[in-house]
Design a protein. Structure first.
Length: 229
């Protein structure tokens, strides 16, 4: 295959992609944290989690906790989420085939980046030790993954004039919408948090959907000019 027809860079979300079970476990942990201070139905927590999962953590959770009248507990609950490695006996883990996928893509000259709202102090980031170098992590700081300008700014910083050579793999349709507006290709990793109903309104922003890294590898292996729907 002509190297120029391949994606130059693949942006990989952590929660729900590199770790397929992280999104669902973080949702459970957030629900437990909120319910330590006020009663909120699980479905209500899930709706809020889906809405804010692409936003900067502290800012989004501050709005949620303030709205529920429990903002005084914000710092403690954020610290609990950042130190999270397991929930109810279920440990956060890398998805099956992550190592093989990364090795194959790098062998083809594809650059892999971790594109996540977590930072260097987040405990679950240790799962990526040895698989990614510090330079592979995109520093989002206070940027939102749901904002197209976040991707435009990243491309500008990389002096990239061909956004179609960049691809975002995420479990949040909001993030994929923003990336598509910025001109990137997009792949939705299906998991346990975002439902068909959540995804349906964003169909035009999603180039492909997968449920595993084996499937993702199949999608990227030929990587034609337009990904299959």
């Amino acid at each position: 295959m002509d190297r120029d027809s391949r994606a130059h860079t693949v942006l990989l979300d952590f929660d729900g992609v590199l770790s397929l079970n992280a999104s669902s476990l973080l949702l459970r942990a957030l629900h437990e944290g909120i319910n330590r201070h006020t009663d909120l139905p699980y479905d209500a927590t899930a709706a809020q989690f889906k809405a804010i999962s692409t936003f900067p953590q502290r800012d989004s959770l501050r709005v949620l906790f303030a709205g529920l009248g429990i903002e005084q507990h914000l710092s403690a609950e954020i610290a609990a989420l950042r130190s999270l490695t397991a929930v109810g006996g279920a440990r956060l883990a890398l998805g099956d085939g992550v190592e093989e996928f990364c090795a194959e893509q790098r062998a083809h000259g594809v650059r892999l980046r971790v594109f996540s709202t977590m930072d260097h102090a987040t405990a679950r980031r240790a799962l990526l030790d040895g698989l990614f170098e510090p330079r592979d992590f995109v520093a989002l700081d206070h940027a939102s993954k749901a904002d197209p300008d976040t991707y435009t700014a990243l491309l500008a910083a990389e002096r990239e004039t061909h956004p179609e050579r960049w691809l975002l793999v995420d479990d949040s349709p909001l993030a994929l919408r923003a990336a598509k507006i910025a001109g990137l290709r997009t792949v939705l990793m299906r998991g346990e948090v975002f439902t068909d109903a959540d995804v349906a309104p964003f169909g035009s922003s999603i180039d492909a959907q997968v449920t595993s890294f084996a499937q993702l590898g199949d999608v990227l292996r030929p990587l034609p000019a337009a990904l299959p729907a």
